[in-house]
Design a protein around this ligand. Structure first.
Ligand SMILES: CC(=O)[C@@H](O)[C@H](O)COP(=O)(O)O
Ligand SMILES: NCC(=O)COP(=O)(O)O
Length: 255
């Protein structure tokens, strides 16, 4: 049994290791090794390891998922497109969590949330298939009341709200509006009995307001941490992010 998730933290940090693999693949070397990154991240305080096996395999490869899964002491959160190939793969690997995400091959990164309203039947079927293997399913969606309702009706116990629009806001007013949208989404998810996570585009200077939202269980963060690690080292980058999140949550609770 490798699932040793502590019940303690006030907000969890899932470290996304995709871009460790991006760096490795840039030269076709075996380093930096995503497994080593995952284990060192756990040592430094990560509560979960997130990785996105894209259909085009641009960063994480099948073998990475296979090798990392049995070695984790926390849990694996595998991000997956809603396709037969990917859902079957996840069922074989059996990560603790699968987060179903939208994918377009041309995109640089995940551009929006999964449209559960439009793809309700196929998403609900994927949730049933994954849950039959004992996998907890999360849906990566926009903070939109209709999508959150559909996620709950499709049978997902967890949602991850896409924070990309908040992160990409061009000015303070737009950022505040996007933050409020996330806050409303969190409240809607909690009211529907869901575990609510968030992530995408979060970094060291924009994570505070999101981490302060009291009912968010977990933030998944990758690109900014890999980038910061170039200057401060991988474990310091993980520790720093976790400390910022916890300080922000505590400050939010004291308000
Ligand atoms: C689903 C999501 O928001 C992240 O996993 C993101 O997809 C990271 O990977 P990419 O940078 O390849 O989009
Ligand atoms: N689901 C979001 C995630 O895993 C990390 O996204 P990013 O921090 O790399 O933008």
């Amino acid at each position: 049994m490798s699932y040793l998730q502590p019940a303690s933290t006030i907000i969890d940090l899932g470290i996304n290791i995709d871009h460790v693999a991006t760096l490795r693949n840039a030269r076709g070397t075996v380093y930096p090794d995503p497994l080593q990154a995952a284990l060192l991240a756990e040592e430094a305080g990560a509560d979960a390891i997130t990785l996105h096996l894209r259909e085009d395999r641009r960063h994480i490869k099948d073998a990475d998922v296979e090798v990392i899964r049995p070695k984790l002491l926390t849990r694996m959160n595998l991000e997956s497109a809603v396709t037969t190939e990917m859902v079957d793969f996840a069922c074989r690997i059996k990560p603790q969590d699968v987060c179903l995400v939208p994918e377009r091959r041309e995109e640089v990164t995940t551009e929006g949330g999964l449209d559960i309203v439009k793809y309700f039947d196929v998403v609900a079927a994927a949730i049933r298939q994954l849950q039959a293997e004992g996998i907890r399913v999360s849906l990566f969606i926009d903070a939109d009341a209709e999508q959150i309702q559909a996620a709950a009706e499709a049978g997902a116990p967890v949602i991850e709200l896409h924070t990309g629009r908040y992160a990409d806001a061009h000015d303070a007013a737009q950022q505040q509006a996007e933050l409020e949208r996330v806050q409303r989404g969190v409240a809607e998810g909690i009211a529907r009995g869901l575990k609510v996570n968030a992530g995408h585009g979060l970094h060291y200077t924009n994570v505070q307001a999101v981490a302060a939202i009291p009912d968010i269980s977990e933030l998944n963060i990758g690109h900014a941490i890999v980038a910061h690690a170039v200057f401060v080292g991988w474990q310091n980058a993980v520790r720093e992010m976790k400390a910022i999140m916890i300080a922000a949550r505590l400050a939010g609770m004291r308000k």
